[in-house]
Design a protein around this ligand. Structure first.
Ligand code: FAD
Length: 474
């Protein structure tokens, strides 16, 4: 693997090689590249990404031994190259992996040879089945732009899903009626239980974000030319599937306004699933009547471009359906022809060194599934905190393997820790914060201080802190 870039890459064969190759310009991939560059300034590193802008962690702060906060900024790929001179960023879509030959192929005809490879290709949104163009998923900058455009003409939307994306969206959208369809008994259940959900509920229909919070003191980079779009397998203009997942202020920093002058109106339907999505013709072929929540405008006779039938029998007419039901690890280009062990959730299984089941191939971030024996207080959640931690640890693991050194699991995988914001509140999640794995066999002590900050602690964490009981404090 010796030789200069010019010697190793000829235009005729489009052969490229490097000691370390990383696929993905999201937080996991960029952190991995930066850490590798830091650890091995003499080695050649290639970062291949389909997205024109890369995600870079900034303002990093270690809050405690396991807790950290940081911002995520979108930057041109040249930023990584200028900060890490031994990293070269290639803007291309990886279309195949020949693991036995230690080679990747790209959709523009390059063949990239590696000593060690790290796959950081993230996830793709799970969409409600069916091909209705009025059903949108939210994942990257391009999909948000497309959503904003459609929202600006919408008077009512239906949001399906109960995770972080849905929670943030429902809170941020203004000038539009919102039906929020969730499969659980309480809102935001991926992060908070029913008690905390009650605390947040009044904020759904309150005046939304403060003016101040819309002010983001960060440089924003945008892509103006077509050549700068996220690449798809056919290298056409990005279709929203292959850009990096969004950064922390994806919703607060954007204009999320519908076409109506109504104050925030959110109606939540609990414990429901989508039965089907219908266009106007399909709806009129049924004998179903639409349902209009009492505090919404319009009536059951009003016509809509799209209709959503829920499992509780309610049919809602709306202008747009947002499918925010999570992401699936994006493994498509890497699995064919290779014998990766894949987890039930579709992620590439990795061991405690973030090695996949194939030699010299690592995986980190949203694309991987942690398959090691985990600490009792840690769980995998596809969040940017873990994308950063895994990206950094994967790099150190790759370097250790190259040098024949051993490496022990990073302390960050001992205790789950995540800092985020819901409904304008800063939320700190620690350990098995949602009583994961406890079934119904636990007690909950609840103390609420009106309009104040929120602390959540679950039993395993308390046992570390030597507290006597399960405990939940708002
Ligand atoms: P990604 O950021 O998805 O990056 C994947 C990269 O791989 C992209 O650059 C893509 O272009 C590239 N790529 C993929 N396939 C190929 C290929 N074949 N060839 C070349 N390049 C390829 N997390 C939080 O912690 N808090 C939140 O509030 C939060 N909100 C979110 C809101 C939205 C709308 C979304 C979608 C996610 C949110 N997340 C949040 C999750 C978080 O963004 C992800 O967990 C994190 O960004 C994953 O990083 P990653 O690097 O693994 O993947």
């Amino acid at each position: 693997m010796e030789g200069s870039r010019e010697e190793n890459e000829t235009c005729a064969t489009r052969e490229v090689e490097a000691k370390f190759v990383i696929v993905g310009g999201g937080i996991a991939g960029v952190t991995c590249a930066e850490t590798l560059a830091d650890e091995c300034p003499e080695e050649k590193i290639i970062l291949i990404t389909a997205s024109p802008l890369v995600k870079v962690v900034t303002n990093y702060q270690q809050v405690s031994r396991t807790m950290e906060t940081f911002d995520v900024e979108e930057k041109p790929s040249s930023t990584v190259e200028s900060q890490c001179p031994n990293v070269r960023v290639i803007h291309a879509f990886v279309s195949g992996l020949q693991a036995e030959e230690k080679m990747l192929t790209t959709s523009d005809g390059k063949r990239v040879h590696y000593d060690k490879l790290c796959i950081c290709s993230g996830g793709k949104p799970k969409l409600i089945p069916g091909q209705n163009p009025l059903v949108v998923g939210i994942r990257d900058t391009e999909s948000v732009k497309s959503f904003q455009k459609k929202l600006s003409a919408a008077k009512r939307i239906v949001v399906v899903g109960n995770g972080g994306i849905a929670t943030e969206l429902v809170y941020e959208v203004e000038g539009c009626e919102v039906v929020w369809a969730i499969k659980d008994r309480s809102i935001s259940s991926a992060f908070v239980d029913e008690g905390a959900a009650q605390f947040f509920l009044p904020h759904l229909n309150q005046k939304k974000k403060e003016e101040a919070s819309a002010l983001v003191k960060r440089l924003k980079y945008t892509v103006e030319n077509e050549g700068g779009s996220a690449l798809s397998p056919t290298e056409g203009e990005g279709d929203g599937s292959f850009g990096s997942a969004l950064g922390p202020d994806w919703a607060t920093s954007r204009h999320m306004k519908g076409a109506s002058s109504v104050c925030p109106q959110v109606h939540v339907d609990y414990q429901v699933e989508v039965v089907r999505v219908m266009d106007r013709d399909q709806m009129s072929a049924t004998h179903l009547k639409t349902h209009t929540p009492t505090h919404f405008a319009g009536d059951s006779e009003q016509e809509w471009p799209v209709y959503v039938e829920l499992s509780n029998g309610c049919v809602y007419g709306c202008d747009l359906v947002v499918s925010a039901t999570g992401v699936i690890p994006f493994t498509d280009p890497f699995l064919p022809g290779n014998t990766f062990e894949v987890a039930e959730d579709g992620g590439i299984k990795v061991n405690h060194k973030l090695e996949t089941s194939l030699p010299d191939v690592y995986a980190t971030g949203d694309v991987c599934t942690a398959a090691w024996e985990r600490s009792k207080l840690w769980l995998q959640m596809r969040l940017w905190t873990q994308a950063r931690q895994m990206g950094s640890y994967a790099a150190r693991s790759m370097v250790a393997a190259t040098r024949g050194e051993s490496i022990s699991l990073d302390i960050c995988f001992e205790l789950f820790a995540h800092v985020t914001k819901f409904f304008g509140y800063k939320v700190v999640l620690l350990g098995l914060f949602n009583a994961q794995g406890l079934g119904n066999d636990y007690e909950l002590l609840l103390r609420q201080k009106k309009k104040n900050c929120l602390f959540r602690v679950t039993r395993p964490t308390l046992s570390i802190w030597r507290r006597p009981k399960n405990f939940f404090l708002i």
